[in-house]
Design a protein around this ligand. Structure first.
Ligand code: ZN
Length: 93
């Protein structure tokens, strides 16, 4: 694997983990019918808290280099999320 590919894979892994944390904290929700992820009911700070707690317990598998990096990825993942599942919205319209 080339260096660039490895870097992309690492970024994907971090993004995936950040979204998983946000889902767990209910800051994001997954559509029950599709793969779509969208905004949940909780404030983003709940995902930061969960991430920090896991970071402290070292249970994130060293995916993130620092807490700061982790919260940056969470922020990005949550900010990118739509208000509702894109596929549901498409089917409805
Ligand atoms: Zn959907």
């Amino acid at each position: 694997m080339s260096g660039a590919k490895r870097l992309m894979a690492a970024i994907e892994r971090k993004r995936g983990k950040a979204v998983a944390l946000a889902l767990k904290a209910r800051v994001l929700k997954r559509c029950e019918y599709h793969e779509g992820v969208f905004e949940g009911d909780e404030e983003i700070v709940e995902a930061y808290k969960l991430g920090n707690a896991r970071f402290e317990k070292d249970s994130l598998g060293k995916i993130f280099d620092s807490r700061r990096e982790m919260t940056d990825y969470i922020k990005e993942g949550v900010e990118d999320a739509a208000l509702e599942c894109g596929q549901c919205a498409e089917m409805r319209d």
